[in-house]
Design a protein. Sequence first.
Lengths: 294, 357
Amino acid sequence: MEIFLQLLLTGIMVGSIYALVALGWVLIYKCSGVLNLAMGELTLIGAYVSLTFYGWGFPFPVALLATLIIGAILGILTERIFLRRLIGEPVLTVIMVTVGLSFFFRGIIELIWGTDTRVFHPPVFPYEPIRLGSVVIGQVYLWSFIAAMALLGILVAFFRYTRWGLAMQAMADDEMAAMSLGISPKFVYAAAWAIAFMAAGVGGSLLGNINGVNISVGYLGLLVLPAVVLGGLNSIPGAIVGGIIIGILQNLAGGYLDRFTPGGVKEIFPFAVMTLVLLIKPYGLFGWVRIERV
Amino acid sequence: MRMRLPSGVFYQTYKQDQALWPTAFVKLRMWGLLVFLFVIFPQVASPYWLSLANLVGYTILSAMGVQLLIGYTGQVTLGHAAFIAAGAYTCAVLVLQYHIPYPLAFLAAMIVAGLWSVLFGLPSARVKGFYLIMTTMAAQFITVDFIITQYVSRIGERGHSFSLPPGTLSIGPWVIQSDRDVYYLMIALVTLSVLAMTNLARTRIGRAWMAIRDHDIAAEALGINIVAYKLLAFFMAGVFGGMAGALWIASLFAVSPEHFTWSWSLWLVGVILIGGLGSNYGTIFGSLFMTLVMEALRNAVTMLAPLFPALETSFLFIKEAAFGLAIILFLLYEPNGLAYRWWQIKNYIHLWPFSYE
């Protein structure tokens, strides 16, 4: 039971980071219809940028702020240079451009930062774990959870209460109507990419605090895909719930199934779950069901 | 894209119209190409060029399955390396562990890879588009990163990789060990596969696949059993993948999961996008272009290395970034790929000097 609680709590906390990155993914999809496979590389960029700033001696919150700003600039540039030309192109073209982007980003990242694992030094969060009854949690996880939850809250509030957030929601809901109300689609697409880069960047720097930064953080960023499939591609609550569920399932699988196999279950389990979801309920928990007729 | 005929050529029977090589000139050209590939090239080429040719051939065979799925049937796959790996490992395990002759293991590898591909093609009966991409991606991670790395690699206590000492593989008395031997096997397989693929596209099966690609609901209304033909496409793509995998182990000293990463799956999709979707020319041009350009890049880096020593170590990263940029630029500026350029050049020559229209 203790082990279960331990795994569950760790799962929720890691899952909240996935939820943050997944939110960025869903945002791009809802606003511009782009299915982005470069999400893993966006988290990597965030992780390395914050690591670099931290390495220069800035305190971690400042490094995080710098990550946000650089993420926003990169997001707007990416949208402006590559994706704006692709509006209305076939799905495969758009997806493959994001695949091309992921190769491009990864090559550049490896060129700049190399492939060795780097850690935040000195560690941002104390190693001393926190005890909640019989459950032990690393401070890294707790703070990551708090940061991810705070950002999720800010983003949700942004969509609900600000003019820009409402404009983005309107665009996601009905492009034509939104345009006739004077909302610029160019602005919305750029904002969606900027927010996705920012969310992925923060997610990446938090994940980097947990395990150190190397190319495998990009793999963790890919886990948003099972999360968004589980939650439903075009649902913001779905992304949050899906991310947390994937985090929990991954940790439970690592804890309970690993002993029956030679290893590697933890990495693969989210994808196995995703395959099952696709077979049974392809539109996820909260996604729109599309029925096609001639 | 129907090729324009050179002036002065008229068909008088349907048989002429349907012929694979319609005119005497085309026949001559194709036989010339075959003689060059089978006789002249392996005699004059240095080992370096032979190994490069083998890499091109492997890429062609690997990309052919991807072309079949994406270019002909419209089922996007981002996990084809999984099926190549299934073929390679089936062949390696059968040869090393059970001492089954290479040709039989080769056939088994093709069938196993085909069936494995059908297994992950099953969701295509229910989902399509992005959702199918996700299942093929899952196929990649489940097959290579889990089943092969954790289970198959441990068969026979060989550790992480299966080593294949030279001389392990032989077809009857013919021992395949040098690059030249692999080249002969490769070129025979590539020729057969290209012919098979060309003819498949001209028959009922190929037409059905293209109908599904162009509009699946309309295809169903025409009486095409969509699920059966989709699964057949996955099976054939897996068979081509298994063939590529079983061939590739002949030119490797050891098989390990690192040969079949997700990047390789994405690379194959990039190859056919750059070459051109929906034609054999696309597969061949894409494979040639990507392999040769990357090799040229490597040579350029090696030449510049004395000036900039940092380049040597970072070649792989430059290659990755260049590949990504190449995909993006082709999709933005030449979405029909190299095959379309080729088609335009050929038409220009056919119609010269009166290229009006």
